[in-house]
Design a protein around this ligand. Structure first.
Ligand code: FAD
Ligand code: UDP
Length: 391
């Protein structure tokens, strides 16, 4: 019946399914345990007719021409002319994030800011991007004072909320996602293309999965349909409703869950999302995202209509994000892998198990226990499909 099975209809699964179906003429079965496609990129109209992102705000951004071109087959884009811009609420004052030279001139008086700007340019070069943890190591006491300001007012509390750990304790690759910019660039991302699909992410996924060779079954946990049997005696393999399945199986869910947590649970951070609707036009002065970096229990507030650029709205809907440690309790969703050597070691115990199933391929934020943006995920999925089709 099927040549390949894809588990998960997020960006990883949907891209790979489309490529296998189209380029390889394979009959592909996509299994998705949620009631909808799109994974964490899923969006929908709320009861007030406002397009909301169910699992937190998503902005597509990339420098990869091939990824942009490929996804553009399935959607038109609302590209942001001035990029995605974020401000941090620091004791009531709104300052641009990432911290950049505009921010510098807002928090220091004119002469001091001018001097600090010169020093930063001299130390790192105009236009450079410096991770806050690197800036903290600069030996010049005045640069160090800037680093300390950024650390305390932008990173410390936000990171404590998001990860339950200090910036020193988490992987430096995470805080380096939001570097200090030695330029007057207020954009959150520096990518060439930034924006959202005109008809929403879900519609983009629907078009991607709309293909004669693709069958999608939502509301279907793959663990209920498939058995992953590890055995040295030749009986090992992946079984679909009792019969050994020899085709490629691409898995994009949690790897520990696939093997019933036999080595213990992989740690994740999760989020609780609180939506609120207001019968007024504007909630936060036309800012799509305000980060709360020194106060509150939530990390940020997103006002959707400024993110999606939806025009025909009555009222406005916002979302607050409250991070917490994932426990695996029913209903919880693991959003963020916690990158550290100890967790990597545990993850590798599971990949050793996965290797015993040669037709099983791990792909995605969960299955690879990695931190991927949509564009990097798309690229990785296109590459995997290419590899599988090359045999
Ligand atoms: P997912 O989207 O998680 O999809 C995996 C799918 O597999 C899920 O739908 C799940 O239900 C399904 N699944 C799991 N197990 C099973 C099973 N046993 N059977 C059937 N189905 C199963 N990226 C950006 O580029 N820009 C952003 O602005 C951005 N914002 C983000 C904000 C938040 C709050 C979060 C958490 C992530 C954000 N990302 C952003 C990252 C983006 O969400 C990921 O890159 C993307 O979702 C990864 O896709 P995926 O397919 O690997 O995972
Ligand atoms: N961060 C922070 N303050 C901010 C923005 C980001 O401390 O105002 C830190 C925080 O640790 C966060 C990391 O930088 O987890 C990466 O931020 P990014 O916005 O890339 O996270 P995402 O939500 O995309 O995972």
């Amino acid at each position: 019946m099927y040549d390949s099975i894809v588990i998960g209809a997020g960006i990883a699964g949907s891209v790979v399914a489309r490529q296998l179906a189209e380029k390889g003429s394979r009959r592909v079965l996509v299994l998705e345990k949620r009631a909808h496609i799109g994974g964490n990129c899923y969006d929908r109209l709320d009861e007030y007719g406002i397009l909301v992102h169910e699992y937190g705000p998503h902005i597509f951004h990339t420098n990869m021409e091939d990824v942009f071109a490929w996804l553009s087959r399935f959607t038109e884009w609302n590209l942001y002319e001035n990029g995605h811009q974020v401000v941090a609420n620091v004791n009531g004052k709104l300052i641009p994030v990432p911290f950049n030279l505009n921010t510098l001139h807002m928090v220091y008086e004119k002469e001091k800011a001018g001097l600090l700007e010169q020093k930063l340019v001299q130390a790192y070069g105009a236009g450079s991007r410096v991770a806050v943890m690197e800036l903290l190591e600069n030996e010049d006491p005045q640069i160090q004072a800037v680093a300390q300001y950024v650390y305390e007012n932008v990173f410390l509390k936000y990171t404590m909320k998001q990860w339950g750990q200090t910036p020193e304790e988490i992987s430096p690759q995470v805080t380096a996602r939001v570097p200090v910019l030695v330029s007057y660039d207020n954009r959150y991302f520096q990518d060439k293309y930034q924006g959202v699909p005109v008809q929403g992410f879900t519609e983009m996924f629907a078009r991607m999965l709309e293909h004669e060779n693709i069958t999608v079954r939502t509301g279907t946990d793959a663990k209920k349909l498939l058995d992953f049997v590890l055995a040295a005696d030749g009986s090992g393999g992946i079984y679909l409703e009792g019969k050994k399945f020899g085709g490629d199986v691409i898995y994009t869910g949690e790897l520990d869950g696939l093997f019933d947590f036999v080595h213990g649970r992989l740690p994740y951070r999760s989020l609780r999302f609180d939506f609120e609707h207001f019968e007024k036009n504007d909630f936060q002065n036309e800012h799509s995202v305000v980060n709360y970096t020194v106060s509150e229990d939530f990390t940020r507030i997103t006002e959707f209509k400024y993110l999606t650029r939806q025009k025909d709205t009555n009222g406005t809907t916002i979302i607050r994000e409250y991070p917490f440690a994932y426990t695996g309790a029913p209903g919880e969703i693991p959003y963020y892998a916690i990158l550290n050597p100890e967790n990597r070691k545990l993850y590798e115990k599971y990949t050793k198990m996965a290797e015993q199933l040669p037709n099983l391929h791990l792909l995605g934020r969960l299955a690879e226990y990695q931190y991927y943006n949509i564009d990097a995920m798309t690229k990785k999925a296109l590459e995997l499909a290419g590899k599988l089709l090359a045999g």
